[in-house]
Design a protein around this ligand. Sequence first.
Ligand code: SF4
Length: 115
Amino acid sequence: MELSITKNATCTFCGCVCDDIELHADGERIVETKRACILGEAWFKNHTAERLYPDALIDGQPATLDDAVEAAAEYLYNAHLPLVYGLSNVTCEAQREAVALAELIGGVVDSHTSL
Ligand code: SF4
């Protein structure tokens, strides 16, 4: 099988944002990560184009995205001090949206680095 090669890919795993990674992919999975450290290699190789999970879950059960958004909105609306947490491996735009959501619902923001 012929591999596609992407040069100068950016790794967003740890925050160093290395932007000289060369990725080799077989159409579904990244199989080689030149110049990535062991963390970046694991991150790239464990993200695939396979659909491993349903679009959304409610209480562990598959759900439509619209139903899941509605359920999430209800949880957030009823929360006393919602925590918007995580945000590693996401884009600046997604972080901006998360902060806006936290402000909208009167919540707080924290990242995994507080561990
Ligand atoms: S390749 Fe390693 S050091 Fe570079 S951003 Fe990814 S995890 Fe961080």
